[in-house]
Design a protein around this ligand. Sequence first.
Ligand code: ADP
Ligand code: MG
Length: 331
Amino acid sequence: MTVVLFTCAGQRVDIVTAFRRAGATTVATDLSELAPALYAADHRELIPPVGDPTYIETVAALVRRYEASLVVPLTDLDHEVLAANRDAIPALVLLAGIDAIRRCADKWLAHCFFEEVGLPTPPTWLPDALPEDIPFPVLVKARRGFGSRGIYRASNRQELDYFLARVDAPSMVQQACAGEEFSIDVFCDLESRCLNAVPRTMIESKGGETIKGKTIKDRDLIEHGARVAEALGIVGPANVQCFREPDGRLPVTDVNPRFGGGFPLPTAAGSRYPELALELAAGGRPEPRLGEFEDGVVLTRYFGEMILHEVAGRLEVMPQDALTVEHPRGT
Ligand SMILES: Nc1ncnc2c1ncn2[C@@H]1O[C@H](COP(=O)(O)OP(=O)(O)O)[C@@H](O)[C@H]1O
Ligand SMILES: [Mg+2]
């Protein structure tokens, strides 16, 4: 059985569970014992923060101890350190190379790259090189922002100056797109060949997380997702975000080189990304199956929880039976 080690497992119960269903033995790691995904895995391990000098050796030691053949990072937090030190980890690290990671982490670098390779990207400027005739509305966006943080919409020069004077994170100014926003969950093999791309609509999202969305079998979006992923050199999963402008262009606004927040939707639609990841770890070379997924599958989200209690000095999942509370009936 393939053993998969997840780093920065956090709240990604959905991903750990999907790999278990795909037949993997799962080891979840996080720095906090309250990360819910730890309790969805076969084994859990607390590890130091990403910035700790022993982070990589800790991950490598766990890979050896559990004989894991695949490492899957679940947030962006450790991408750079993992991509830069993958040779020190005796397993397949399901992550793009360091150049792709740096480009995806810095929205300005991503924009420059897309311009260079001829992929559509919204007109974007650095604050000290703004043109006289900026086409408002524009967004002030933190270059290394995430979760929709550090984004401010300006309708005129006065508003733009106001935000630029107040942001402290390195930022850029980007033309606001007018059309509908889409998110494409892609998966590439070790040579960055795109194996599938599942676009979805963003019916509702909060803080960058999809709350409601629907898979859409749209040829242009599928091919666009694949083209962007292959140009960047994605390995494993990525989430490509773009708008469809009135003229049909699909400017890319954000790429996350990991499983997207909407992961349960492409999974339910038949993406089989966990199975593909396990196949790559076993040395297989799965064939691309672009567009093979179910159209019109809808995700609608709610809060979930994990109830824990202490057993012999260690937190364990509390059995559901113990949660049954007798409610007094009638008065
Ligand atoms: N150029 C743009 N035009 C219109 N809306 C945008 C643009 N860029 C970002 N947004 C909106 O802001 C949200 C977050 O921006 P994004 O670039 O995805 O950053 P992140 O997800 O890393 O915080 C997007 O999902 C989108 O709704
Ligand atoms: Mg985004």
